[in-house]
Design a protein around this ligand. Structure first.
Ligand code: ATP
Length: 744
C-alpha cells in the first residue's frame, strides 16, 4: 500500500479533528455567552438560560467523548464529487454545510457495514482506519470493484481492525463496536422499529453489543417517536447494567432507562434471588390466576346478618345488601381499589335507604332531603367503617403478597390443587425482603388492585400539561435566541425539566409503573419467566421489542428453552428471528471445551464459529482443597498475563473463597458487582451472565451442575466468559467434556 495513502488519510483525519476542535471552541464560547447574558430576572428566563447552558455543556461533553476513534472508515463510491464518504462516531460538516464525516447511523453508512463483493451496495471499496490518539496508524482496504483491484475478500470485514479490538484487554466495562460492526450484526441493528425482533446466538456472538447499538440507532433514526416515550433496556442483574451503562453515552444516547428485572417495579429494588424451585413456581403463569383469586377472596360477603349501631339506631345488615353492592362494583370491571369506591357508594346508598325506613317505622318523619345527612352519619359511623372495610379492604400490592406468603391457611384455601410441598415453597415470614421473582408478582398485583386514589392520575395529567408548556416555551426561546437548527424544542424542554427538577423523560418513566415505552430491548431474555414477560408486555402495548438471548444459556428455573413458547402468550407468532453465528469473545480452544461439556450434559447449544485461536490451552486443576487451589490458579494466571479476572463459583462457595482470596490479594478482590472495578471479581454464575473477562477461574464445576435442574447451562455460561484464558479448579472429578492441561 503506498505510504502516501496513509499520509493522505492522516491529513484528512487531522482536518476532521481541527473541525471538531473548532466546534468545541464555538460551543464553549456560546456557553460563556449564555452564562453572561442578562436575560432579566424572571423565573422563566432563568430556566431558559440554564436549559441552554445545559445543552451547550452536553454538546461539549459529546464532542469530547467522540475524540477517540472519531473517524474509522471510508467508503469509495462512483467517481465524482462525493467519491469518498468518511464514517465516524458523529456527523461533521464544514462551514458550507458540506459533509466531512457521516454519523455511523445514517442510511448512507449502511454500505460500510454490509457491502460484500457479491452485493457491494454501490460501494467500490471500503477502508478501515485504525488510529492511535488522533493519528491514523493503519489502513485496511477491501475492494469490491475489480477495476480498482482484484482482491480476495474475506467474509469478515476489516479483519485487522476487528482482531485488534478483540484481543485488546478488557476493562470491566463494555465498549462500543461502531468501528467494527459486522454485516450480520448491522442488518439487525438497522432492522425496522415495528414488531418483535428476536436475536438468537451463542455466547460471545455480540448479542448485547448489537442490542445496545440498535437502541442507539433507533433513538437516532426515530427520535421524534422515541424521545417522548423512551426506550427501556432490561438486563439480568445490576452487575450486568454496570457493565453496559457506559456504552450508550459513548454512542451519544442518554434518553434510555436501564433496569434489571429486579427493578421493574418502582419503589422496590429486589436484589435477592429465590431458590430455583421457588423461582420456578413464582415465575409460572398460574401465579396470575392465583393473585386474581387472592384479590377476589378479599372481597368478603358476611355469612351472617351483621348488627351495627349508627347514632344510637341499631341496624341488622343482611349479607344480600353487601352482595348487591359488590355486584355493582364487579360490574365496573375496575381493579379492586378503584371498584371499592363504587362498592362503598352502593352500600352507603342501600344502608341509607334501610336506615330511613327504620326511622320511619319508629315514627320519625324522613324527607328526601334528609338522605344526605343520613349518608353522612353512616359514612362517619365506626361500625359502618368496620362493616365495609371487612367486606372490601383497600390493599397494596406489597401487603397482598406478604399476606399470601405468611398465611398458610389462606394460601391453602386458594390453591386446592397444589401439593403441600409446592405451597411450602411460597411460605415465608412477612418481613423478609422481596425477591427478584416477586417483582413481577407485585406488578401483577398492582394491575389487579389499581391505585387507591386518583391523585397520581391528576399529577400525571399535570405533568403532561407542564411538558406541553415547556415545549411551547422552548420553541419561543429557540426563536428568541436565534439558534434554530442547533437544538430541537423537545431537547430544550427536557433541559427545563432537568433544571427545574421535574425530571427527564427517562426519570419520569422509570418512576411510573404505568409508563408505556416506545421500544423495549431485553437482554439475556431466555432467563425471563412468563410472569416477567407479562410485566414487559404491559409496558409496551405496541409490542415493539428487541429480544436478545440464547435459549441454550437459560439457567433460571423459570426461564425458557424455546422462543416460540415464551412469546406465544404475548405476541402470538408475530415475531421475526435473526441469528448471530460468529463468536467474537472466546478463543476456539475454550469454546470447544465449553461446547463439549454442554453437549455431554444435554444442553442444546447454538454452535458458533470462534473468530480467533487463543494462545493458551484450557487449564484444569484437581486439588484436595478448593480455596488454596483457586488462589494458586489466580496466581498462575497473573504470571501469564494481566487484565481482568473473575473467579466464578457456586454461591455456597463464595464465603470461603472470599476469605482466601482476600487474604492472598487484599483489596484487589471484590465480591459481586463491586468486583467489576477490581483486579479479581468473585461472582456466582448468575452474576457472571452477560459479562466477560480476560481470564476466568471456574471453581467446583460439578457443584454448579448439581445445584439445580439447569446447572449445566449455568456452567456453560461461566466457561464462556473469558476472552483469553480459562482455568477450571475442582476437588471432585471434573464434569464430562472438560479436558485440559495442568498449570505445571
Ligand atoms: N463487530 C464487533 N467488533 C468488535 N467486537 C465485537 C463485535 N461484536 C462483538 N464484539 C465483542 O465480542 C464480545 C462479546 O459480545 P457480547 O457480550 O455482545 O456477546 P453476547 O452474544 O451478548 O454474549 P453472551 O451471550 O455470552 O452474553 C464483546 O467484547 C463485544 O464487544
Amino acid at each position: 500500500m503506498p505510504s502516501s495513502e496513509l499520509s493522505n488519510e492522516r491529513d484528512y483525519v487531522h482536518g476532521l479533528y481541527a473541525r471538531l476542535d473548532a466546534l468545541r471552541i464555538e460551543a464553549e464560547q456560546q456557553l460563556e455567552a449564555v452564562r453572561r447574558a442578562n436575560l432579566g430576572g424572571t423565573h422563566q428566563n432563568r430556566s431558559e438560560r440554564d436549559a441552554f447552558a445545559r445543552i451547550y455543556e452536553d454538546r461539549i461533553a459529546q464532542l469530547r467523548q467522540v475524540d477517540e476513534r472519531l473517524a474509522f472508515g471510508r467508503l469509495t463510491l462512483a467517481e465524482g464529487e462525493n467519491e469518498h464518504l468518511y464514517i465516524g462516531r458523529i456527523g461533521l460538516r464544514d462551514d458550507d454545510q458540506h459533509p466531512l464525516l457521516l454519523d455511523w447511523r445514517v442510511p448512507q453508512a449502511r454500505a460500510f457495514y454490509q457491502a460484500t463483493a457479491a452485493t457491494p451496495l454501490g460501494a467500490r471499496a471500503r477502508r478501515h482506519l485504525q488510529s492511535q490518539g488522533r493519528d491514523v496508524v493503519r489502513i485496511d482496504d477491501e475492494i469490491f470493484d475489480p477495476e480498482l483491484l482484484d482482491a480476495d475478500v474475506d467474509s469478515l470485514q476489516g479483519e485487522a481492525a476487528l482482531l485488534a479490538t478483540l484481543t485488546a484487554r478488557r476493562t470491566g466495562r463494555m465498549t462500543d463496536i461502531v468501528a467494527t460492526i459486522q454485516a450480520e450484526q448491522d442488518a439487525i441493528i438497522r432492522s425496522e422499529l415495528v414488531g418483535t425482533l428476536v436475536v438468537q446466538g451463542g455466547p460471545g456472538t455480540g448479542k448485547t453489543a448489537v442490542a445496545l447499538h440498535r437502541a442507539a440507532y433507533l433513538l437516532y433514526s426515530h427520535r421524534e417517536r422515541l424521545a417522548a416515550s423512551g426506550v427501556l433496556i432490561v438486563g439480568p442483574s445490576r452487575s450486568f447494567l454496570q457493565y453496559i451503562e457506559q456504552v450508550l453515552p459513548s454512542l451519544g444516547e442518554t434518553g434510555v432507562v436501564l433496569a434489571s428485572v429486579g427493578q421493574l417495579y418502582p419503589g422496590v429494588e429486589a436484589l435477592v434471588e429465590d431458590a430455583p424451585a421457588t423461582a420456578a413456581v413464582k415465575g409460572g403463569l398460574e401465579m396470575a390466576s392465583l393473585l386474581q383469586k387472592a384479590v377476589r377472596s378479599r372481597q368478603i360477603v358476611p355469612a351472617e346478618p351483621q348488627l351495627i349501631e349508627v347514632n344510637g339506631e341499631r341496624m341488622l345488615v343482611q349479607p344480600s345488601l353487601i352482595h348487591s353492592a359488590m355486584q355493582r362494583a364487579w360490574d365496573t370491571r375496575k381493579p379492586h381499589n378503584v371498584a371499592r369506591t363504587t362498592f362503598n357508594k352502593a352500600a352507603l346508598t342501600a344502608l341509607a335507604r334501610q336506615l330511613a325506613e327504620q326511622l320511619r317505622d319508629h315514627g320519625n318523619t324522613i324527607e328526601e332531603s334528609d338522605q344526605a345527612w343520613l349518608r353522612e352519619d353512616l359514612r362517619t359511623s365506626y361500625d359502618v367503617k368496620v362493616l365495609l372495610n371487612t367486606a372490601w379492604l383497600p390493599l397494596t400490592p406489597q401487603k397482598l403478597l406478604q399476606d399470601l406468603y405468611a398465611r398458610p391457611q389462606w394460601l391453602a384455601s386458594l390453591t386446592p390443587g397444589w401439593s403441600p410441598e409446592k405451597r411450602a415453597l411460597l411460605l415465608r415470614s412477612r418481613d423478609e425482603p422481596f425477591t427478584v421473582s416477586d417483582v413481577a408478582l407485585l406488578d401483577e398485583a398492582a394491575e389487579l388492585l389499581g391505585e387507591a386514589d386518583t391523585v397520581s392520575d391528576a399529577q400525571k395529567a399535570e405533568q403532561k400539561r407542564q411538558r406541553k408548556r415547556d415545549i411551547e416555551n422552548a420553541e419561543a426561546a429557540i426563536r428568541n435566541m436565534d439558534v434554530e437548527g442547533l437544538v430541537d424544542a423537545r431537547t430544550l424542554a427536557e433541559g427545563f425539566e432537568a433544571v427545574l427538577d421535574r425530571g427527564t423523560t427517562a426519570e419520569i418513566a422509570a418512576a411510573d409503573r404505568e409508563w408505556t415505552y416506545g421500544h423495549i430491548v431485553v437482554d439475556e431474555a431466555q432467563e425471563l419467566s412468563p410472569m416477567q414477560w407479562r410485566v414487559l408486555t404491559r409496558r409496551n402495548p405496541l409490542k415493539s421489542f428487541t429480544i436478545v438471548g440464547d435459549v441454550a444459556q437459560a439457567s433460571a428455573a423459570a426461564g425458557t428453552s424455546s422462543w416460540g413458547d415464551a412469546l406465544r402468550p404475548h405476541v402470538g407468532d408475530n415475531w421475526r428471528l435473526e441469528e448471530l453465528t460468529v463468536n467474537y469473545r472466546t478463543p476456539a480452544q475454550i469454546s470447544a471445551v465449553a461446547e463439549a461439556m454442554a453437549l455431554a450434559h444435554g444442553v442444546a447449544i447454538t454452535r458458533s464459529r470462534a473468530v480467533r485461536e487463543g494462545e493458551w490451552p484450557v487449564f484444569v486443576e484437581r486439588a484436595p482443597r478448593l480455596a488454596p487451589a483457586v488462589v494458586n490458579a489466580v496466581r498462575a494466571d497473573r504470571a501469564l498475563g494481566d487484565g481482568t479476572l473473575a473467579v466464578i463459583a457456586p454461591p455456597m462457595r463464595i464465603p470461603e473463597l472470599e476469605a482466601a482470596l482476600g487474604e492472598a490479594f487484599g483489596d484487589d478482590v471484590g465480591v459481586g458487582p463491586r468486583g467489576l472495578n477490581r483486579a479479581v471479581a468473585l461472582l456466582s454464575p448468575q452474576e457472571a451472565k452477560g459479562l466477560e473477562f480476560d481470564a476466568v477461574v471456574v471453581a467446583e464445576p460439578q457443584e454448579v451442575i448439581d445445584e439445580h435442574s439447569r446447572g449445566a447451562a449455568a456452567l456453560y455460561v461461566a466457561m464462556t466468559r473469558p476472552t483469553q484464558r480459562l482455568h477450571v479448579v475442582s476437588t471432585s472429578p471434573v464434569p464430562e467434556g472438560i479436558v485440559g492441561e495442568s498449570h505445571e
